[in-house]
Design a protein around this ligand. Structure first.
Ligand code: MV4
Length: 445
């Protein structure tokens, strides 16, 4: 079993991991940068270690400092949370070589899924549908024009080493391909250290639907149903819900089976997410696998009653899954709003001191956050300060509950995206479930 975990993260997810550890009887070590010494995860952990100055590169991404923190505290495991080192295969490998349990998938899992072309090939062999596209990297503009002609426009150019939507280029006609191709390659080089790109058929106005996977180290894989993450702005998810309100049961079953097949195809262990695009005709296509716990995992916890972080830790400790697929029952509807310290119109970061704070409560309301009254939201890190999650019997009730909880949420002293979320909860298209990845771009809220 695991006795003591270093939590290599900050903010709400550090607190979320800490809570799971406490309930499992596992000791916790918080690591923090010099500017995070007043953070809640530091105050609530059994021990804490300062790992460097404010910039993430010197602290939360500083592998040596984090490994040293594990050594001096005699910890036996590291939980990376999301972001930072969570999908760094080298870090997972070093942890394991140091005798530390990395609470996540294997380095090999990460490498196989991190290379988007190899991921496409691997899941295709397992019978999972993908959009028409290239089977290898596209080396030249001439090749790109030839391939795009075969696939048919519009096409999308993506980085082989990319993910999460960064650096993608949509191309509607051959005349715009050379520029898009060059831009995609240079952005891929700059962003991921690898210029290789591939081309896919572009799917217009899809929904972003993803399946939560739970896998142990003994080859058992189950899924916890889907989340609809279509409400996003510039590839930043803002609202997520579970289940996807328009998914026919037959498609839901197939998507779940495909997600399990994709995870099994790489001998996956730990928790992970298989991302699909769902088109207007209910066809779904594999996009990528996220080999970490995700920000939006709570909506799945609310509708399944399963503590995903606890299961992740148990899996890392070598325990076989406690559930079979038929044990998983979906109950009601959950919605999550990401509350960011940002201007609610322009989405520009607004760090500063919280001066007046009251969290909402009542049945079916959950707040995952690490901020408190008089806390200073720092400019050095991500602007998400809280996740407000609601659970109710139906989607309609969940929307009303979210609107009510948003009304109750008082955060003074800084600007937050609460007013934005209130507008979405009152939007007719959203209420009717008429959402896709283009919703925020075309909707006047
Ligand atoms: C696509 C796509 C349409 N067609 N691929 C974005 C996140 C990354 N995991 C994959 N993404 C997409 N891939 C094909 N072949 C649409 C998206 C996409 C998107 C694209 C442009 C602007 C906003 C978007 C939001 C969600 C998904």
């Amino acid at each position: 079993m695991i006795h003591k975990v270093v939590i290599a993260n900050r903010g709400e997810i550090a607190l979320r991991i800490l809570r799971a550890c406490k309930e499992l009887g596992i000791k916790t070590v918080a690591v923090h940068s010099t500017v995070d010494s007043e953070a809640l995860h530091v105050k609530l952990a059994d021990q804490s270690v300062c790992i460097g100055p404010a910039p993430s590169i010197d602290s939360y991404l500083n592998m040596k400092a984090i490994l040293s923190a594990a050594e001096v505290t005699d910890a036996d495991a590291i939980h990376p949370g999301y972001g930072f080192l969570s999908e760094n295969a080298e870090f997972a490998e070093i942890c394991n070589n140091c005798g530390l349990t990395f609470i996540g998938p294997t380095a090999e899992n990460m490498r196989l899924m991190g290379d988007k072309i190899s991921a496409r090939q691997t899941v295709t062999a397992a019978g999972v549908p993908i959009l028409p596209g290239t089977k290898s990297g596209v080396p030249s503009v001439d090749e790109a024009i030839k391939i795009a002609g075969e696939i048919g426009y519009p096409v999308i150019i993506k980085a082989t080493a990319g993910g999460g939507g960064r650096g993608m280029k949509i191309v509607h006609a051959p005349t715009s391909l050379p520029n898009a191709f060059a831009a995609a390659r240079s952005e891929a080089q700059a962003g991921f250290g690898n210029p290789e790109v591939y081309i896919e058929k572009y799917c217009e106005r899809p929904r972003h639907v993803e399946i939560q996977i739970l896998a142990d180290k003994h080859g058992n894989v189950i899924h916890l149903g889907e989340r609809d993450c279509s409400i996003q702005r510039r590839h930043q998810k803002l609202i997520e819900e579970a289940p996807c309100s328009i998914l026919p049961d037959e498609v839901r079953r197939k998507m779940g089976d495909c997600a399990v097949a994709a995870a099994k195809a790489v001998n996956y262990s730990s928790v992970g997410t298989i991302e699909f695009l769902l088109d207007a005709d209910y066809n779904f296509y594999f996009m990528e696998m996220n080999t970490r716990v995700q920000v939006e995992h709570p909506v799945t916890e609310m509708i399944t009653g399963i503590d995903i972080i606890k299961e992740q830790i148990m899996s890392a400790a070598g325990h076989p899954l406690r559930f079979k697929q038929e044990d998983i029952k979906i109950n009601g509807h959950a919605i999550e709003c990401r509350i960011n310290a940002e201007d609610p119109e322009k989405f520009t970061p607004c760090p500063g001191k919280i001066d007046g704070y009251h969290t909402p409560g009542g049945l079916g309301v959950r707040v995952d956050s690490a901020v408190y009254d008089q806390y200073k939201v720092l400019p050095h890190y991500d602007s998400m300060i809280a996740k407000l999650i609601v659970h109710a019997e139906t989607r309609e009730e969940a929307i009303k509950r979210m609107a009510r909880a948003l009304d109750e949420y008082i955060i003074e002293g800084i600007k937050t995206t609460i007013p934005f979320h209130q507008r979405v909860m009152n939007n007719r298209e959203f209420i009717e479930g008429n959402i896709d990845t283009g919703f925020l771009e075309r909707t006047k809220l």
